[in-house]
Design a protein around this ligand. Structure first.
Ligand code: UDP
Ligand code: MG
Length: 324
């Protein structure tokens, strides 16, 4: 497969590698990041591009980015109108990236920029996605570490696609994958799941995740919880199906209890007045209600998957030209 860099028409000279850096209040980290990232990229290709996406920072992050841009024309930036969240910032980055390969890295130096050399070499060795998988992490409190572990394993159980464990958004992708991701129109982005969903050939590189260089994490517990909900609802219908399972089980148990109530009505003289009719109607209604909710859930599940409006497939390679 050829990897000749090709710039989209009208967008200036070709770029071999774009590195997207989402930025939310990263003022104390940006110079340090640039000092490590720039030489790494220059060694990979002279035609690199560093694309900062400012996600509504309220500190002086953009002043630093603009200064870097003035020093180095390979530093580009996109400033969002407010804080939209990490995943949306990444989408904006993918939309503006021009590289024939595109990498994503955090601004806080938790992802070592030097690893990009190895990741890029692997990508060019014949993969379309090379993601960095954490061997260890120094960044989180024990509670957060456990929460992450549980979440990744739960998601792996619930979804049909193989989302690699302990992997964030630190990764490098071929242009084909970037175009596939951009063709996914869903509003609730969960990039790690989407990259797994689009397919293509994936490989991992292991690393030890560092602690934050400086500043406070922009991911609060609330944002993490919302991300987890997006991940599960975008890639699993299991929670929707729960009502059907529960409805079937409850109806079955209710049926047994109805039989029991009727039997005791006819054969047990000590059944209190009204107990049987009450039991029968409550159990019957309960079972029917849960089953109906389950049926509605099944339809909503289908609506949800249609509403995502995802493309049906992506082509990795072909020697046939598509009919116009
Ligand atoms: N970030 C962002 N928007 C947000 C929160 C975070 O663009 O609303 C960026 C942040 O600047 C950093 C990356 O996303 O480059 C990861 O954020 P953070 O370090 O807070 O996440 P954690 O490392 O705790 O998962
Ligand atoms: Mg971080």
């Amino acid at each position: 497969m050829s990897h000749a860099p090709q710039a989209p028409a009208g967008l200036g000279p070709a770029v071999d590698l774009t590195v997207i850096v989402p930025v939310y209040n990263e003022e104390p980290n940006l110079r340090a990041l640039y000092a490590r990232l720039e030489p790494t990229l220059a060694a990979i290709s002279a035609r690199y591009e560093i694309l900062f996406v400012d996600d509504g920072s309220r500190d002086r992050s953009m002043e630093i980015v603009r200064a870097l841009g003035a020093e180095n024309p390979r530093v580009k930036y996109v400033v969002l109108s407010r804080n939209f969240g990490h995943q949306v910032a990444l989408s904006a980055g993918l939309d503006h990236a021009r590289g024939s390969a595109v990498a994503i890295i955090d601004a806080d130096l938790q992802d070592p920029p030097e690893l990009l050399a190895e990741m890029h070499a692997k990508l060019r060795g014949g993969f379309q996605v090379v993601y960095a998988q954490r061997r260890s992490r120094k960044d989180k409190s024990l509670v957060k570490k456990v929460a992450y572990k549980v979440f990744y394993r739960l998601l792996a159980r619930l979804s049909q696609i193989e989302i690699p464990l302990d992997t964030g958004d630190f990764r490098i992708m071929d242009r084909k994958v970037v175009d596939a991701l951009r063709a996914m129109p869903e509003q609730h982005k969960f990039l790690r799941g989407q990259v797994a969903w689009v397919g293509f050939d994936h490989a991992a590189v292991e690393y030890d995740r560092d602690a934050r260089h400086a500043g406070a994490p922009g991911y609060t517990w609330r944002k993490l919880f919302l991300l987890a909900v997006d991940g599960i609802t975008s890639f699993s219908d299991v929670p929707l199906r729960l009502a059907t399972f529960a409805g079937l089980i409850v109806s079955f148990v209710a049926f047994l209890l109805i039989v029991y109530a009727l039997v005791s009505y006819f054969y047990n003289a000590r059944t209190p007045q009204g107990w049987t009719s009450l039991m029968v109607s409550v159990l019957f209604l309960g079972g029917i209600q849960l089953l109906s909710i389950g049926i509605i859930g099944e339809y909503i599940g289908r609506l949800a998957s249609d509403a995502r409006r995802r493309p049906l497939y992506f082509v990795k390679d072909t020697n046939s030209t598509p009919s116009a």
